[in-house]
Ligand binder design. Structure first.
Ligand code: SF4
Length: 129
């Protein structure tokens, strides 16, 4: 498992720069190293298959559950916006696949030639073949 963290001037390691000095998101120290158990616990508790309300949200694997800082401080006021934006992007992806399927072949990493052959690939959640 790879992870990054941010350190405070006092040497605590936290989940990100926005959560520096928040003890609820401390995962070790510069002096003592990463607290792998705290990190694993943090990630497990916030996994979109377990966290409410994400576990029943259709966009959970695209959204990822939101910014830890925002969720901790303000909750999830942006969920409707996020779902609307993702729905727009998915519709645009389907439209593009139908009208210009070569686009996906050109934009696939390393030109591997994998492409969206039908819009049904997107509907089935397999946009990359
Ligand atoms: S849109 Fe909201 S409820 Fe859905 S996965 Fe993202 S944070 Fe969770």
């Amino acid at each position: 498992m790879q992870a990054s963290s941010s350190s405070s001037a006092e040497g605590s390691l936290n989940a990100c720069h926005r959560l520096v000095d928040d003890p609820a998101f401390q995962m070790g120290s510069v002096a003592g190293g990463s607290d792998r158990a705290a990190l694993a616990e943090h990630l497990a508790a916030r996994h979109v298959d377990r966290a409410e309300p994400c576990r029943s949200c259709w966009s959970r694997y695209l959204c990822g559950g939101g910014c830890y800082h925002e969720v901790a401080r303000r909750g999830r006021p942006g969920c409707d916006y996020m779902r609307g934006w993702l729905a727009f992007c998915l519709r645009a992806c389907v439209e593009l696949a139908e009208s210009a399927p070569e686009f996906f072949r050109r934009t696939t990493p390393n030109g591997a030639g994998r492409h969206v052959s039908q819009s049904s690939d997107l509907h089935n959640g397999r946009p990359w073949g």
